[in-house]
Design a protein around this ligand. Structure first.
Ligand SMILES: *Cc1c(COP(=O)(O)O)cnc(C)c1O
Length: 355
């Protein structure tokens, strides 16, 4: 089965070999306080910073998931008010998780085809942090670097947090234009689920100290203090941290990865535009995602195409949330190979809805 699910998604084909190495080298039984572990953890972080172009003064930390990062940000980096601007289900979920911890959280929903206008942002004196979804996996939209840059210039003092769960390691991220970036590894990293990556700027760390929150096992201060020794505050997913070190070693520089991903995205957008039965959920090229493509059609066509694809060994990504029955998604993640893209391309080109 070839999978185009946008998470959990296809893992790199080398994963089997890396897993075998981990088993044979005894890594599955090591203590997370041992030097063997800290060496692996340091290697994973160092290579991640190098390959993804993370600024040297930013801190890379491990969490269990992106969902956990939603709570860590609300509990450890905000006193009262976060502002969330979103167009899809993940941004909305982030807002609703934040609102449970912060009664002052504010959320603003924009349309699928709308981009964030920096001049229209309702930032007020009490806004401590702006929360944006870099790549909204549910509706396949993305915050383009020019928009983020313009927001940064408009509000140079404001902390900005970006959910890059389905774009980190797939496209180049302009890290210095935001303060907090996070992802989980079952999307563009091409890894099995169960590890989150949280990246903070020196300013975010300052804010963490100012907030001074230290009441939870996952208080950012705990995580931050432990990572100074390449360690974690609890027994982490050592296997996945090991896999991350191997995968970061293996992948090319992010600029190279991005060039391929963008070219493939263009291919998918052109192809869908050419087909009669299928339409793009998002037509505005200023917000179209490079790493997830959402395709819209009638309920009948969506059900039909998913089942016909399945019988040819292709798993199309289901629509998410309210878009479940009227869309499918194509993950355009780095671990997906050219022959797989060719197979789906041929399938879509030949697809006819005739029942
Ligand atoms: C998948 C996803 C999440 C949730 O990731 P978990 O690993 O399940 O916590 C959050 N945000 C976005 C944009 C996602 O795509």
């Amino acid at each position: 089965m070839i999978t185009f699910f946008p998470g959990p998604s296809k893992v790199y084909k080398q994963t089997g070999e890396f897993l075998q190495d981990a088993f044979q080298q005894g890594i599955l039984s090591i203590s997370h306080r041992s030097e063997t572990f800290t060496t692996i953890s340091k290697k994973a972080i160092t290579l991640l910073k190098e390959k993804l172009h993370v600024p040297q003064d930013y801190t890379v930390m491990f969490t269990s998931s992106a969902t956990e990062c939603w709570e860590i940000i609300a509990q450890s980096l905000v006193k009262q008010e976060s502002l969330h601007v979103y167009s899809g289900a993940f941004g909305e979920k982030w807002y609703s998780y934040a609102a449970k911890l912060l009664p002052g959280a504010r959320g603003i929903q924009i349309g699928d085809n709308e981009f964030i206008d920096p001049l229209q942002l309702p930032i007020i004196a009490s806004t401590e942090i702006l929360c944006l979804t870099h790549n909204e996996t549910s509706n396949a939209t993305q915050v383009k670097p020019e928009i983020l840059r313009a927001i940064r210039q408009q509000y140079p003092e404001l902390l900005i947090a970006m959910d890059a769960t389905s774009s980190m390691a797939g496209v180049y991220l302009p890290f210095s234009d935001a303060d907090i970036w996070y992802a989980s590894v079952q999307k563009c990293f091409g890894m099995p689920a169960g590890l989150g990556i949280l990246i903070c700027s020196p300013r975010a760390i300052e804010k963490m100290k100012e907030v001074g929150e230290n009441e939870h096992y996952n208080s950012l201060k705990n995580i931050y203090d432990n990572i100074q020794q390449w360690q974690t505050n609890y027994t982490p997913n050592v296997l996945n941290i090991y896999l991350l070190s191997r995968i970061m070693e293996m992948v090319p520089d992010i600029n190279k990865v991005e060039a391929r991903i963008k070219e493939q995205a263009l291919h998918w957008y052109r192809l869908i535009n050419r087909l009669n039965d299928l339409h793009l959920l998002v037509n505005n090229p200023d917000v179209q995602s490079d790493t997830v493509i959402a395709v819209k059609a009638s309920k009948e066509i969506i059900a039909d195409i998913k089942s016909k694809a399945k019988s040819e060994g292709i798993l199309l990504g289901s629509g998410y949330g309210s878009l479940k029955e009227t869309t499918f998604r194509i993950a355009n993640f780095p671990a997906i190979e050219e022959h797989e893209i060719d197979k789906l391309t041929k399938f879509l080109e030949n697809y006819k809805f005739n029942s």
